[in-house]
Write a protein that binds this ligand. Structure first.
Ligand code: Z5A
Ligand code: MG
Length: 210
């Protein structure tokens, strides 16, 4: 049986990642499973959720970084099994968010290389679609922006810049940038549908790892 494909939707805050991940899932139906990172339902995920939503809950930057990575490792063997069983797995955020949000804090010693280390060995996606927009100030207009810890325009600007350094550091020929500015939900989907369908129809053997 052909293995399933690992498709990652990454990007800046409030660029429509979860909206489009759900649309991909609807388009693929039973052939696919959607997983979102952080997965806030696990024990580690509950801690991450508390950190993101409760400004009084402090953790060292290194500790929360390692928890985000541990949350991905918790699900790694499940993702592997799903792909081997022929299911396509759609990921809503993953390693690139992990590295970019932590490195953007600019803590001495926590550079991109340090941040990437705990994720080395995780499954690497067959396709990564990175959602970007031209101006992060428009993010403020998206529903719900500002409720969680990292949702501040100045920090998001640093994250935007850090993502491009992360992409220089982690090479990946299967990564594409999708500019979502001034595109409706349907327009973004029409743009990405041929991209993920092409990958799904490929006959790939074996897996690649970060
Ligand atoms: N984080 C980290 O630090 N380390 C890690 O390892 C990982 C994550 C994995 C929570 O993530 C935080 O964790 C995040 C990164 C950090 N911090 N920040 N900032 P999350 O994924 O749970 O965050 P979220 O709350 O789901 O927000 P989001 O993912 O950034 O939003 P989104 O998924 O990109 O957007 P959306 O929910 O699909 O859409 C937002 C709204 O815009 C909604 O009302 C939509 O209907 C609307 N929308 C969507 N598309 C459009 C278009 N095209 N036009 C107009 N309106 C639209
Ligand atoms: Mg989301």
């Amino acid at each position: 049986m052909a293995r399933g494909k690992l498709i990652l939707i990454e990007g800046l805050d409030r660029t429509g990642k979860s909206t489009q991940s759900e649309k991909i899932l609807s388009a693929l139906g039973d052939e696919a499973v959607l997983l979102k990172f952080p997965d806030r339902t696990t024990r580690i995920g509950e801690l991450i959720n508390q950190y993101l939503t409760d400004s009084n809950f402090e953790l060292p930057a290194q500790s929360i970084h390692l928890l985000f990575s541990a949350n991905r490792w918790e699900l790694n063997s499940e993702i592997h099994s799903l792909l081997e069983a022929g299911k396509h797995v759609i990921l809503d955020r993953y390693v690139y968010s992990g590295v970019a949000y932590s490195a953007a804090k600019e803590i001495p010693g926590m550079d991109i290389s340090w941040c990437f280390n705990p994720d080395k060995g995780l499954l690497k996606p067959d396709l990564t679609l990175f959602f970007s927009n031209q101006d992060s100030s428009s993010l403020q207009d998206r529903e719900g922006f500002g409720e969680e810890r990292y949702e501040k325009i100045e920090f998001q600007k640093r994250v935007r810049h850090t993502f491009s350094n992360v992409f220089d550091h982690i090479s990946d020929p299967n990564r594409a940038i999708v500019d979502v500015s001034d595109r409706s939900i349907e327009e973004v989907f029409r743009y990405i549908e041929p991209l993920f369908r092409t990958v799904i129809n490929k006959d790939l053997e074996g897996f690649t790892y970060f």
